[in-house]
Design a protein. Structure first.
Length: 321
């Protein structure tokens, strides 16, 4: 699959971000059938046998959908791999990616040539998420096909650079596909990302507040009620800086305005230990775009709104010109 083929399969240029714990087959399938890339972290499927079950279900249902709807086939799906030494499952999970020919693999927290080569062996694409130019160059040098630029305001692990700076500096040397992450929650924001030079908007937090998402109701309601002022940037919970919902920090008995720094050496995604679970189960990751989220729709309904907003924004620009 080429980047051009990927774009043609979408109703709007959007990739749904892989959400730790939250993304599941129900959400991925709803996203893909609505015409955006649905994704999930491999580590959401525990134990590893569950990952194969998920891949069988997703590939089977999408194939059936495409046969029943040849005029509007589903978007491809993506799987996120944590390429960090703490992920003891990486090699086993990559073998399943190859077996089921996962169309798009999103790599995070490290870049490895062997992972990229494995995906390329069956014609898949690799996009790597980065927060600055040093990591971007490293990812491309090791064979990534595209980049996910994680700008300030993105949910979960996020950078600190403006999306304007991050996109323009990357586009100065990289001609491949770029997805922009950071407070994108509307169709107009997707169009703005394209205007800056990105190929896709990367949306995570808004999908947490959908019916299919595997998040507790209080989490979804906090997103609906929250605004950008409710987002706290901290390294305490995983050892890597990220954005989290203030109410969840308060509920954990912590002062969100006086959080100590975390230790990167304690970061652990592979074992599913107590610290890793607490960081995402009880301390809720979220981005600054949630002020645009006002209810909890189905994922397909949310994508339909994005499409409507996207075309409305295009019409406004055409009228202005």
């Amino acid at each position: 699959m080429t980047p051009q083929e990927l774009r043609k399969r979408l109703t709007i240029p959007v990739i749904g971000a892989p959400l730790f714990i939250i993304s599941n087959p129900d959400l991925v399938l709803a996203q893909c059938k609505a015409g955006v890339v649905g994704s999930f972290p491999a580590l959401n499927a525990r134990p590893i046998e569950v990952l194969e079950q998920w891949l069988i279900r997703i590939t089977t249902e999408l194939d059936a959908w495409n046969q029943a709807h040849p005029d509007r086939p589903a978007a491809p799906f993506a799987l996120n791999q944590i390429v960090h030494k703490s992920n003891s499952r990486l090699e086993q999970d990559m073998a399943l990616c190859v077996k089921y020919k996962v169309p798009l693999v999103i790599t995070s927290l490290g870049a490895r040539t062997d992972v990229n080569d494995a995906v390329h062996s069956y014609g898949g694409l690799v996009m790597h998420d980065v927060i600055n130019q040093a990591f971007a160059h490293k990812a491309v040098d090791k064979g990534a096909d595209g980049l996910i630029l994680v700008a300030t305001g993105a949910g979960g692990h996020a950078g600190t650079q403006s999306p304007f700076a991050l996109v323009q500096e990357t586009r100065a040397w990289f001609g491949g596909p770029i997805a922009l992450s950071g407070a994108i929650a509307t169709g107009a924001a997707v169009l703005a990302a394209e205007a800056m030079g990105a190929d896709f908007g990367y949306i995570g937090s808004a999908f947490i507040a959908t019916r299919e998402a595997n998040a507790v109701q209080a989490y979804k309601e906090a997103i609906v009620a929250g605004t950008a002022q409710d987002i706290v940037y901290s390294s305490l919970f995983t050892g890597v800086h990220g954005n989290y919902l203030r109410p969840s920090i308060v509920n954990a008995g912590l002062d969100p305005d006086h959080l100590p720094e975390g230790e990167a050496s304690k970061m652990n995604f592979g074992s599913g230990g107590t610290e890793a679970k607490k960081a995402w189960r009880d301390i809720w990751g979220c981005g600054q775009g949630i002020g645009a989220v006002h209810d909890i729709p189905g994922a397909g309904e949310f994508v339909a709104r994005l499409v409507e907003q996207y075309h409305a924004a295009r019409r406004r620009l055409e009228l202005a010109n």
